[in-house]
Write a protein that binds this ligand. Structure first.
Ligand SMILES: Cc1ncc(COP(=O)(O)O)c(C=O)c1O
Length: 398
């Protein structure tokens, strides 16, 4: 018996003559599925390596892990047979204290991903447009497909900066093109390169007649305090945050959005009532109570990022982009790269990813325009940097 999963298709004939697939919304039948990372256990089997031998630098997780207080809180939380508080009172108060804004501005979900989905469903009707600024986080395109929006892309410049004039033009002329452009996603800092939008540029964008969802998943690793406080001045700004990166809780799925009161009242109406889970909420609250641990983790990650950058740059065949996050985007200078990476004719980024995989080191390759000679490497612990650099040096002698 074969079962369908996200990436496989069930091929057996249905037992009735009814064409049940035709009942699925037409836009979903044509939609491309989101490509998430390959699960750890599956990869470990594929590579024939124990999970403990794998250096996982492909998904921007926080390899320093959560505060011990978060782990203790999960172990202690007893009431797992009771639904979570749908008002998220304790969690929202803990976040309010952390970001220094009233809890009335905050709504939490199962990761920033759920907030992206709530915003998409609340603002966009089929045929409205969503503006995306690729290359960037793939979830925005995915959300656009789910809500059957018209997907409008204004590509970033080669250095990943925003083309403000083109964005302005896309928003202001959208009605003339027969659709209403409602929502603009900006990852700040951006994934996959790690660059920040300047405050001046953001102010200019906020003057446009569109909602800006500013995704600050990585803001804690940057030298900017973030824009959560700006929602008091801009009704059309939404700031997204997550516990996955800063607090090392990606597996528990907790994120939040910061909104103006005029927006948030409507979002509560469409949010599933019981996310995040009880375990996720108590862990997130405990993580926020351990400010020293959070500060220390950020300090260690930023220090390791700069050590990793210097080591990669020293190789002489990788151009490392400036990054304000816990990852580095590297462009391969093919002429200087080890011969083994030019052998098969496949895109250089893919060859580097596959070569590192043989050492049990996972990095992210994007099969997308402008990124085929790039890989993205998450910042790990010092021993992860050492393993990566040893593999890269060895490769030069292949
Ligand atoms: C820019 C950006 N936003 C959001 C997320 C997802 O956050 P969460 O784990 O809270 O859903 C990611 C994950 O990699 C990301 O890169």
């Amino acid at each position: 018996m074969q079962y369908a999963t996200r990436n496989t298709q069930y091929s057996a004939r249905a037992p009735t003559s009814m064409d049940i697939e035709s009942f699925i919304s037409p836009h979903l039948r044509q939609m491309q599925p989101y490509t998430p990372i390959v699960p750890f256990e599956v990869l470990s089997k594929q590579l024939g390596r124990d999970p403990s031998e794998i250096v996982k630098l492909d998904a921007n997780e926080n390899l320093y892990g959560p505060s011990p207080r978060a782990l203790e809180a999960i172990a202690r939380c007893g009431a797992l047979h009771i639904y979570p508080d749908p008002d998220q009172t304790a969690l929202r108060e803990a976040i309010a204290d952390y970001i220094n804004l009233p809890a009335a501005h905050i709504l939490c979900g199962a990761g920033a991903d759920e907030i992206i989905d709530i915003v998409g469903r609340a603002f966009v009707q089929p045929g409205d447009a969503i503006l995306d600024l690729p290359p960037t986080f793939g979830m925005y395109r995915f959300e656009s497909d789910i809500v059957n929006a018209r997907y409008v892309a204004v590509p970033r410049r080669p250095d990943f900066s925003l083309d403000l004039d083109a964005i302005r033009e896309a928003v202001l002329n959208s009605n003339a093109k027969g659709h209403t452009l409602k929502l603009l996603f900006i990852a700040n800092p951006n994934n996959p390169d790690g660059s920040l939008v300047s405050d001046d540029d953001l102010r200019r964008l906020l003057e446009l007649p569109a909602l800006i969802a500013l995704d600050e998943a990585y803001i804690d690793f940057s030298d900017h305090p973030g824009h959560a406080g700006w929602v008091r001045d801009y009704d059309n700004l939404v700031v997204l945050r997550t516990f996955s990166k800063l607090a090392g809780l990606a597996g528990l799925r907790v994120g939040y959005g910061v909104f103006s009161p005029r927006i948030i009242q409507h979002l509560w109406k469409i949010k599933q009532p019981y996310t995040p889970s009880v375990a996720a909420s108590v862990a997130a609250i405990a993580a926020l109570s351990d400010r020293d641990y959070l500060r220390d983790t950020v300090r260690r990650i930023v220090a390791e990022r700069e050590r990793l950058r210097a080591s990669l740059q020293e190789l002489g065949w990788l151009r490392v982009y400036p990054s304000q996050t816990n990852f580095l985007l590297c462009r391969i200078d093919t002429a200087q790269a080890p011969g083994a990476l030019r052998a098969s004719g496949a895109p250089p980024g893919k060859q580097l990813k596959l070569a590192l995989q043989q050492y049990g080191i996972l990095v992210r390759y994007f099969d997308k325009d402008g990124l085929r000679d790039c890989v993205r490497v998450s910042v790990g612990r010092p021993e992860h940097t050492d393993a990566l650099m040893a593999a890269l040096h060895e490769m030069a002698g292949w």
